[in-house]
Design a protein around this ligand. Structure first.
Ligand code: NAD
Ligand code: TYD
Length: 346
């Protein structure tokens, strides 16, 4: 299977995990050609690929995965044999404010990619999914066969995309794999999500808006380990199979927040308790025995990986300062102004 792989379409490759994956693949597979196909939404940035854009094995195409003609053109022109789909609207809070674009990209976009994969008889289709498709679990760990009970417009649209992948495997025999990754963090993480938002706010001595009681649990995964897990499943995963991909680092949000402040030497008085997210999932936790049996294990401890990440943000203000002074400001106002005005101290 791996031998036939040569020209890979990396959709959403200019985003956070996609760009880290591109870097991982260029370093590991000298003979692959990577075609990054990305719409460059607010979250997609060529800066994320700045150090590899000149590599002759990498081509960038600007396009929308929901635009069938554009996807067909890229697949034909670059003789694509494999699609790895990272492209998505990925932020739960934005999907609550605007469910439409999440539905369009995460559901219709996946359908369009599958149609083109079927039409051109592609060899492999890897859908990058999320643990959020399961919904919330108070105790224990989700296994791959558990029911999907998504609670946000984001997770519901991701679950819909995934189910379409399943249908294309069962109905048309498409060679598919799905990975359900847990909360990922690391370099080039768009500063709207908890980890990079709190790191960059803390650097600027701005308040950290913690939703609700801060006792929600997420399983944290370093982006380099996430990229390695996708690589392994892409090459070795069974056709039609789904793999949980979690770091095994379950932490309460309040503890993640405190760790960030400690690493930056900032006071806990920056924390603000703000109105909770509607439909907020309380806990995510994954049983990762299946992918571990395939040969994957995380190589970074949580504390080391967070320290590396904090250090990266401290050293790369050139990357995040322009983001936080642009369109982001309006989003931040919409999402947080009222919350912060009615916030309480911890
Ligand atoms: P991101 O928001 O940083 O990047 C998404 C990328 O997709 C951007 O480059 C954007 O321009 C592109 N894109 C969006 N809509 C597009 C469209 N219609 N056509 C083409 N490109 C489009 O997201 P991320 O955190 O890197 O997430 C990547 C994938 O991993 C997503 O599918 C997400 O659901 C999944 N995932 C993310 C996490 C996480 O914690 N970040 C965890 C598990 C799974
Ligand atoms: P986030 O990074 O948005 O990822 P997801 O919602 O996909 O898990 O949020 C991680 C956790 O942090 C989640 O429980 C929501 C919480 N959170 C806050 O408390 N405050 C914030 O400002 C943000 C963005 C998230």
């Amino acid at each position: 299977m791996g031998n036939a792989m040569k020209n890979l379409l990396i959709t959403g490759g200019a985003g956070f995990i996609g760009s880290n994956f591109v870097r991982h693949m260029l370093a590991k597979y000298p003979d692959y050609r990577l075609i990054v196909f990305d719409k460059l939404t607010y979250a997609g940035r060529l800066e994320n690929l700045q150090d590899v854009l000149k590599d002759p094995r990498l081509t960038f195409v600007r396009g929308d995965i929901a635009d069938r003609a554009a996807v067909e053109q890229a697949v034909r022109e670059h003789r694509i044999d494999t699609i790895v789909n990272f492209a998505a609207e990925t932020h739960v809070d934005r999907s609550i404010l605007d469910p439409d674009s999440a539905h369009r990209t995460n559901f219709t976009g996946v359908y369009v990619l599958l149609e083109v994969a079927r039409q051109f008889g592609l060899e492999r289709f890897h859908q990058v999914s999320t643990d959020e498709v399961y919904g919330s679990i108070p105790v224990g760990y989700f296994k791959e066969g558990d029911p999907l009970q998504p609670n946000s417009p984001y997770s519901a649209s991701k679950a819909g995309g995934e189910l379409m992948v399943r249908a294309y495997h069962e109905t048309y025999g498409l060679n598919t794999v799905v990975t359900r990754g847990s909360n990922t963090f690391g370099p080039y993480h768009y500063p709207e999500k908890l980890m990079p938002l709190f790191i960059t706010n803390a650097i600027d001595n701005e308040p950290l808006p913690l939703y609700g009681d801060g006792m929600q649990v997420r399983d944290w995964l370093y982006v380099k380990d996430h990229a390695a897990g996708i690589d392994l499943v892409l090459h070795q995963g069974g056709s039609g199979e789904v793999y949980n991909l979690g770091g095994g680092n379950e932490r309460h949000n309040i503890d993640v927040t405190r760790l960030i402040l400690k690493l930056l030497g900032k006071p806990e008085s920056l924390i603000r308790r703000v109105t909770d997210r509607p439909g907020h999932d309380r806990r995510y936790a994954l049983d990762c025995a299946k992918i571990r049996a395939l040969g994957w294990a995380p190589t970074h401890t949580f504390e080391d990986a967070v320290a590396e990440t904090v250090d990266w943000f401290v050293k790369n203000e050139w990357w995040w300062r322009p983001i936080k002074s642009g369109e982001f400001k309006e989003y931040y106002r919409r999402q947080y102004a009222e919350r912060l005005a009615t916030a309480t101290a911890l």
